[in-house]
Design a protein around this ligand. Structure first.
Ligand SMILES: Nc1nc2c(c(=O)[nH]1)N[C@H]1C(S)=C(S)[C@@H](COP(=O)(O)O)O[C@H]1N2
Ligand SMILES: [Mo]
Length: 392
């Protein structure tokens, strides 16, 4: 077992090195002539101000995507409480609960334990056309694999749940039947020990080769490649091993999907089953982000986010015409967002509607908004996003 893991890690590292070489060229939109220009979208809300410094959320203006990697200072940022300022020298990550020996690790201790790289993109599970899909980004993360740390510390055989607590705290309503308690709590999320021991989760301390910014969770955050934003706990302060499920608000109440399944499709139909699930792996989504005009030709650019399942296709439809295959960019990686392009021939002047849809190797097809009608909570809106552009 240990030998296998070592070999896998070696493989992962050499793979990462190859990935980096490829990234050096990075993805660039094929040779635009000097007069290349953006074809404007007409569906952007008038008050859309993605990077408003006053706003709680910094969004990415997806019309500015020009490569696989989102620059660190443009990476979307979203949090529920304050943004703690943590002194790196004084920082200690606590490992508590069902571990062989409760321990505190400094940033230097963590860095000594390993440095793995992964290109990973994610979105907030609340991202949607209303935010022009701007709560999404993609970067190259560096950190120590979570399973390396857990193996080194030693986990009690009965432990089943790994809880991640953060430094930021906030007042939360904890509802119990008719009672509501106002309690100040730490931000917390959990995963199963089984998921924690997989090779992907990282305790990340760098983004695009530099230390995390304060709003990105400096000095250390969890990174769950292929999972929704909320799972990537920032300002990580404590990892707690336990046998029982963790039921904190951000795990069990505020981040969940409620979907009607079965029956006639009417809410009141007694055959309807209400399926309530946690927010974990990303649902398959594609988004048209940008349209460029280059010497008369039009190039449509977009991205796909999902849980890492290989894609079967991305298609683009113009003005309700036939679905046409788009081309995936060769610099995409398993957990990156996947850039795609489509050459739009013969566009006439005037307003047009463009939409994309992704299909994965398991046969999942990105749903339309109408097909998501039975989802009650607004999270996990992976609907196809029809865009409107004005061709001059
Ligand atoms: N400690 C902490 N971590 C957090 C949050 C938070 O409020 N506190 N918000 C989560 C949510 S909802 C999202 S979408 C992502 C956003 O990560 P980013 O700011 O790096 O884009 O962080 C997650 N991690
Ligand atoms: Mo989120």
């Amino acid at each position: 077992m240990p030998l296998q893991i070592t070999r896998r890690e070696t493989f992962k590292r050499s793979f990462a090195a190859v990935g980096l070489a490829a990234l050096a060229k990075e993805w660039s939109m094929p040779a635009f002539a000097q007069d290349a220009s953006d074809v404007p979208f007409t569906d952007i809300p008038a008050n859309f101000n993605p990077a408003n410094p006053q706003a709680a959320v910094r969004m990415l203006d997806i019309r500015k995507i020009d490569g696989l990697i989102t620059p660190k200072d443009s990476f979307f940022a979203m949090q529920h409480n304050n943004k703690p300022e943590i002194d790196a020298a004084a920082y200690r990550l606590k490992l508590t609960g069902m571990v062989n020996k409760e321990t505190e690790l400094s940033l230097a201790d963590l860095k000594k334990m390993g440095a793995s790289d992964v290109v990973a993109g994610y979105e907030c599970s609340g991202n949607s056309p209303r935010a022009v899909e701007g709560m999404s980004s993609n970067g190259r993360w560096t950190g120590v694999p979570l399973n390396t740390v857990l193996k080194q510390i030693g986990v009690h055989p009965d432990a089943r749940e790994v809880v991640f607590f953060a430094t930021d705290r906030g007042m939360t309503d904890v509802v119990f039947r008719q009672q509501t308690f106002k309690l100040e709590q730490q931000f917390g999320r959990s995963i199963t020990l089984e998921n924690a021991m997989k090779p992907d989760p990282l305790l990340a301390y760098a983004l695009n080769g530099d230390p995390l910014n304060r709003e990105q969770g400096f000095p250390v955050r969890l990174l769950m490649p292929g999972w929704y934003g909320v799972c990537n706990v920032k300002w990580l302060s404590e990892i707690h091993l336990q046998e029982d499920r963790y039921l904190g608000n951000y795990q069990a109440r505020w981040y969940r999907s409620v979907v009607g399944v079965g029956g006639t499709g009417e809410d009141a139909d007694p055959q309807t089953q209400w399926v309530e699930t946690e927010i974990t792996r990303m649902h398959l989504k594609s988004v048209i982000a940008r349209v460029r005009k280059n010497a008369g030709a039009l190039q449509v650019l977009g991205f796909v986010l999902n849980d890492g399942t290989p894609l079967k296709s991305v298609e683009v439809q113009i003005d309700n015409g036939p679905w046409q295959p788009a081309t995936l960019d060769p610099s995409n990686t398993k957990y990156s967002w996947k850039l795609f392009t489509y050459q739009w021939q013969g566009a006439s002047p005037g307003e047009h509607t463009l939409v994309s849809r992704a299909t994965d190797a398991n046969g999942n097809i990105q749903p339309t908004a109408a097909e998501l009608k039975r989802k009650k909570t607004f999270l996990q809106d992976n609907s196809q996003f029809p865009r409107k552009v004005m061709v001059a």
